[in-house]
Design a protein around this ligand. Structure first.
Ligand code: IFM
Length: 437
C-alpha cells in the first residue's frame, strides 16, 4: 500500500491545502446568485455530458460548516476556494446580493476559526450572463467590471483572506472557451480567442492594481501547465509541440512575468489582438508575490493539416486517469524547475492544483499513488533549490467537472449526488495521516 510523504519531509512552513471552486460545489441555483454563462452553455445539447449544470452541485451553500469540519479533520493549513462573481453581483455590475456576501463572510470566518488560511480566487469560470451578453471576455470593459467586483468582494472579506489570485487557469477561460469551444461560452473563433486571452490578462492587471492600492497582501496568479511532448521525433511534430507549449503554457506565463507574448503564439493570435495591446503589457507584468501552477498531465502533440495552430493531440502510452489523462509526474518536477529558472526566479511557487479523476470510489489507492508520485516531484524540485512553498490537492470533494458533468470524480471525499452525503475516501485518511506527522 502506498503512503504519502509526511509533513516533516517538507520545509518548515510549507503550506498544504485542498482546492475547490464556487460553481463546482456551491449549488448555484440557491442563495440569490445570478445566471452565468455556464448555465447557458450547459443548456445546449451536446455541450455537457447529460446536460448537467451546477444548480445543486454539492450543496456546499447549506453544508458549509460540515464541509469546513472536514477540512479541519484533514489537517490542511490552507483552503483554496473561489467566489462566484454572479453570487456577489447577480448581473455582474450594479446591485449586490447581500446573501452572497454573507455566505463568503461566513466561509472566511469559518476557516479562520478553524485555523485554516483562506486562499481566495476571484474568478473560476462562471461569468455572469449579463456580462456575457455584452461580449464577456471579448469586451475590453471587462477589466473595469472585474475591478469593481474585486473591490466589492474585498470590501467585505479582504481583511481576513490570506492570499488572492484573480483568475484561475486563464488558458481554460480563453482558449477552451473561445477557440475549441469545450468550455463556456463555447465559441470557436480566433478573433474572439485573441481578444479574450488579452482581456483576461488586462483584467488580472486591473484586479492586482486595485488590490495593491488597497494594501491587500499576498497576491498571485494561477496558471495551468501541461507538458507538451512531441508525438514523435519528426521535426514537424517537435515544432507542433512547441506551438502547443507557446499558446497553452507560455502565453500567460510569459505575459505575466515578462510582459511579452511568445512569437509562436503571436504567429496565429497576433493579427487578432486588440489594437495597442502592447501598451497594456507593463501593467500585466506587474510584480506578484507568488505564482501558482496547476498540473495534471502531459499531451502528445502531432503536426496536422489545416489552419494555425496545425496540431493534433494523440493518445500516449502511459497509464491514464478516469479522464484518459496520462499520469506523468516528471512533468511537474520539470515545470517547477523550468518556470523558476526561466520566468519567476526567487518568487515562491505553489502547486495550486494537482489530483486525478478516479472511478475507484472509497478505496482510491490509485489516487494515493498519484499524489505520492507528484509529491515526490515537488520534493525533487525543492532539492534542486526551487522555492516551492505549498501544494494543494484538487479537490476536497467530488464535484461538477464542467463539460464532463458529475461522472468524473476528483474528491478526497466522496459525494453521493442523490443524497449529497459525504464520505471520506482512503486518500483523505492517507493525507490526514501524512499531515499529522
Ligand atoms: O475541475 C477542474 C478545475 O475547475 C480547474 N482545474 C482542473 C480541474 C480538473 O479538471
Amino acid at each position: 500500500m502506498t503512503t504519502l510523504p509526511t509533513r516533516s519531509r517538507f520545509p518548515g512552513g510549507f503550506v498544504f491545502g485542498t482546492a475547490t471552486s464556487a460553481y463546482q460545489i456551491e449549488g448555484h441555483a440557491r442563495g440569490g446568485a445570478g445566471r452565468t454563462h455556464w448555465d447557458d452553455f450547459a443548456a445546449v445539447p451536446g455541450n455537457v455530458i447529460g446536460a448537467e449544470d451546477g444548480a445543486v452541485a454539492c450543496d456546499h451553500l447549506s453544508r458549509l460548516d460540515a464541509d469546513l469540519d472536514l477540512l479541519a479533520t484533514l489537517g490542511v493549513d490552507a483552503y483554496r476556494f473561489s467566489a462566484s462573481w454572479a453570487r456577489v453581483l447577480p448581473d455582474g455590475r450594479g446591485p449586490v446580493n447581500t446573501a452572497g456576501l454573507d455566505f463568503y463572510d461566513r466561509l472566511v470566518d469559518g476557516l479562520v476559526a478553524r485555523g485554516i488560511k483562506p486562499a481566495l480566487t476571484l474568478y473560476h469560470w462562471e461569468l455572469p450572463s449579463a456580462l456575457a451578453d455584452l461580449g464577456g471576455w471579448r469586451n475590453r470593459d471587462i477589466a473595469q467590471w472585474f475591478g469593481d467586483y474585486t473591490d466589492t468582494l474585498l470590501d467585505r472579506i479582504g481583511d481576513r483572506v490570506w492570499s488572492v489570485a484573480p483568475i484561475n487557469e486563464p488558458v481554460c477561460v480563453g482558449w477552451l472557451g473561445h477557440f475549441t469551444g469545450h468550455h463556456a461560452p463555447g465559441l470557436r473563433d480566433i478573433r474572439a480567442t485573441a481578444r479574450a486571452m488579452h482581456h483576461i490578462l488586462l483584467s488580472h492587471a486591473e484586479a492586482i492594481g486595485r488590490m495593491r492600492a488597497r494594501g491587500q497582501p499576498n497576491l498571485g496568479a494561477v496558471i495551468n501547465l501541461e507538458a507538451a511532448l512531441p508525438a514523435s521525433d519528426v521535426a514537424a511534430d517537435r515544432a507542433a509541440a512547441a506551438r502547443h507549449d507557446s499558446l497553452f503554457n507560455r502565453f500567460f506565463l510569459q505575459g505575466l512575468t515578462k510582459g511579452t507574448y511568445p512569437d509562436a503564439a503571436l504567429d496565429g493570435l497576433g493579427p487578432h489582438l486588440p489594437l495597442g495591446w502592447q501598451e497594456d503589457m507593463n501593467a500585466i507584468s506587474a510584480p506578484l508575490d507568488w505564482v501558482g501552477l496547476n498540473y495534471y498531465t502531459c499531451k502528445r502533440i502531432a503536426a496536422a493539416d489545416g489552419p494555425w495552430p496545425r496540431l493534433a493531440e494523440v493518445p500516449g502510452p502511459l497509464p491514464k486517469t478516469d479522464l484518459d489523462w496520462e499520469i506523468y509526474p516528471q512533468g511537474l518536477a520539470d515545470f517547477l524547475v523550468s518556470v523558476a529558472q526561466d520566468y519567476t526566479g526567487d518568487t515562491p511557487l505553489y502547486v495550486t492544483e494537482n489530483g486525478m479523476a478516479a472511478a475507484s470510489g472509497l478505496h482510491d489507492e490509485d489516487r494515493i499513488s498519484y499524489l505520492a508520485r507528484h509529491l515526490a516531484s515537488v520534493q525533487s524540485a525543492l532539492a534542486n533549490g526551487v522555492p516551492v512553498a505549498g501544494y494543494f490537492v484538487w479537490s476536497l470533494m467530488d464535484n461538477y467537472e464542467w463539460a464532463f458533468g458529475y461522472g468524473k470524480r476528483f474528491g478526497l471525499v466522496e459525494v453521493d449526488f442523490e443524497t449529497l452525503a459525504r464520505r471520506p475516501k482512503a486518500s483523505f485518511e492517507a493525507l490526514a495521516k501524512a499531515l499529522s506527522r
